[in-house]
Design a binder for this molecule. Structure first.
Ligand code: ARG
Length: 574
């Protein structure tokens, strides 16, 4: 990568001059029309060296030029140092990128073990649009971390142990003879997915009005959490039915988990953990509930105590999250745990993380982070709903966007890959989500997302299809011929490839896949400008033609690599 090379060499020049090299950093140029790279270090050095920035820049530029010929260094008042790289160097870069399996993206030299907790669906409730972002963002982050060389475990962390389970059981009791589970003579009831989907909303609404029903549901939750006979096997069957369906939805989205753990997985850790909090004086009773203070001196906002156990003894969200941390420390021992969860759960995670650190459940340097995201809104700016105003199931959403994408695909594309509508539809949906900074809400606009032109997933897939069909016609680059970069458009493409390689690191550090989305879009655009101005198929000069084919192949590889990390599936034709 040129930026690294320039940085190292300019620092060497600084050392030769006796300047402190740590102030020297080469960056991509703010003015790509003037030069490709720049260094503003002369301003930072001016004070220390008691010299004018322009003189320092001058000296650095001269020293650099004495040794290195691959870039010209030009001083611009009042002290910028601008670098323009030679075409020979760009040609070498292309040759390197072509050979590099990773398209210039370096592996980390500090690999971490990271658990990414994402998805977070609840058993017995169908996945809906609210589950989209966690799955899409979490999957992209997981793939990115893995590509960079981190050891990553993705955990779906099912909501399978809370009060909703008691509600479903209480609802089922009214619909079916459940004596099979409770030592009676009844046959095993055939509980279907449909039952579950219907029962949960009904039971949830009813528990708000019908006290007896609510008490029954609470009782069922409590008994389940005690692993009581009857309740536990019934719950296992409910989970199996629900998980099979959840898996289908995630598969359609090209989202995979390493662990299908849930809130129930950490169950055996909860009571001993809470006992130890009490013994060590961390937890105390308040209004019948067991709580812990997590206030810190620097707090500017009120920080309520974390509730660990309710008065009825039932486990709650915070205690299952805490026990899961303990379970992960014992079974996985990660350096970091990332929670890709809706921004509205910010307080919950702040409390949980503080509690985990305060009680020594994790190491001092264990990183626990909430990776929050905003909501998915409709074109009316309000949270996305169906036309009728209901919650849109994820299945329906995928179907609708696949149909919309399918309408834009050619006959040939549909023949070559009958699954192309889903792939293109889901790629469009994912890109539409990932391209906006996850902290913000975004407008879910199916028609816009599937368009082939514009900043869309379809556009990117289409750019790749075009490159692949070009290579199919023109052949692969000929390694026996030299590469010769000579035009602005070619250089622009190579600059965007380097910028995209840098974006991998930014996306990781900021936990923002949007950096990759921007970078890959800029690369596709630069490529399409190059493609429109360089007539590859009709070019007679073999070296020029081969260089262009090589450039196309390198871009194709990098597009594919990046789109795959974003969780998008590519297609052979569109
Ligand atoms: N099931 C939860 C919900 O629907 C989300 C779980 C998020 N992950 C976690 N470790 N708390 O709100």
């Amino acid at each position: 990568m040129l930026i690294r090379k320039l940085n190292d060499d300019l620092r060497a020049a600084a050392r030769a001059l006796g300047y402190p090299e740590d102030k020297i950093t080469v960056t991509y140029s703010d003015r790509p029309d003037l030069c490709q790279f720049q260094c503003n270090g002369a301003f930072a050095l001016a004070k220390e060296l008691r010299r004018a920035p322009i003189q320092i820049a001058q000296a650095l530029g001269e020293e650099f030029s004495k040794t290195y010929g691959y870039a010209t260094a030009q001083v611009a008042p009042p002290g910028f140092l601008n670098f323009t790289v030679t075409d020979e160097e760009f040609s070498l870069l292309l040759s390197d990128l072509l050979k590099d399996e990773r398209c210039g993206v370096e592996k980390t030299d500090d690999p971490k073990k990271i658990v990414i907790d994402y998805g977070g669906p609840n058993i017995a409730k169908p996945l809906h649009v609210g589950h989209l972002r966690s799955a899409v963002i979490g999957e992209a982050l997981k793939r990115l971390c893995r590509f960079l060389g981190h050891d990553v475990v993705g955990d779906v962390h099912l909501g399978d142990w809370g009060t909703q389970m008691g509600l479903v059981i209480a609802g089922l009791e009214e619909r079916y003879d459940l004596s099979y589970y409770f030592g009676g003579t009844g046959e095993k009831p055939a509980i279907t997915l449909n039952d579950l989907n219907e029962i949960y909303p009904l039971a949830s609404a009813r528990s708000k009005e019908d006290e007896a029903f609510r008490a029954k549901a609470q009782e069922a939750t409590f008994r389940l959490q005690q692993h009581e006979e009857g309740y536990y096997p019934l719950w296992q069957d409910i989970c199996a039915t629900s998980i099979a369906d959840i898996k289908k939805d995630y598969a359609a989205l090209n989202v995979e988990f390493d662990l299908w753990n849930g809130e129930s997985t950490c169950d055996k850790y909860v009571d001993p953990m809470i006992d130890s909090f009490i013994e060590r004086g961390f937890a105390y009773e308040s209004d019948g509930a067991l709580v812990m203070d997590v206030v810190e001196e620097t707090d500017e906002k009120p920080m309520p105590p974390i509730i660990l156990r309710k008065s009825n003894g039932a486990q709650i969200y915070a205690s299952t999250d805490l026990a899961t941390i303990q379970e992960r420390m014992e079974t996985i021992d990660p350096d970091e745990m990332w929670y890709v969860v809706d921004a509205r759960q910010g307080l919950h995670f702040e409390q949980v993380f503080r509690c985990a650190h305060k009680t020594g459940m994790v190491k001092e340097d264990t990183v626990l982070v909430h990776v929050p995201f905003g909501t998915v809104n409709g074109t009316d700016g309000k949270p996305f709903k169906t036309r009728e105003g209901g919650t849109m199931k994820l299945k329906d959403l995928i179907r609708i966007i696949s149909e919309a994408a399918g309408k834009l695909l050619s006959e040939g594309a549909l023949q070559q890959d009958p699954d192309a509508p889903r792939k293109v539809g889901c790629a469009a949906l994912k890109y539409g989500d990932l391209v906006c900074n996850r902290n913000k809400n975004y407008v879910f606009d199916i028609d816009k997302f599937v368009q082939f032109d514009g900043k869309t997933g379809s556009y990117l897939l289409y750019s790749l299809v075009r490159i692949n069909s070009l290579l199919a016609k023109a052949g692969q680059p000929d390694e026996s011929l030299p590469l010769q970069i000579s035009s602005k458009e070619e250089r622009d493409v190579l600059m965007k490839m380097q910028l995209l390689a840098t974006a991998y690191g930014q996306a990781y550090t900021e936990k923002l896949p949007s950096f990759l989305c921007e970078g890959v879009y800029d690369l596709a655009n630069a490529f399409n400008v190059f493609y429109g101005t360089h007539k590859i198929m009709s070019e007679a000069d073999p070296i020029r033609r081969n260089t262009w084919i090589a450039l196309s192949a390198a871009v194709g590889k990098m597009l594919e690599q990046t789109l795959t990390i974003l969780g998008m599936e590519t297609v052979p034709a569109m």
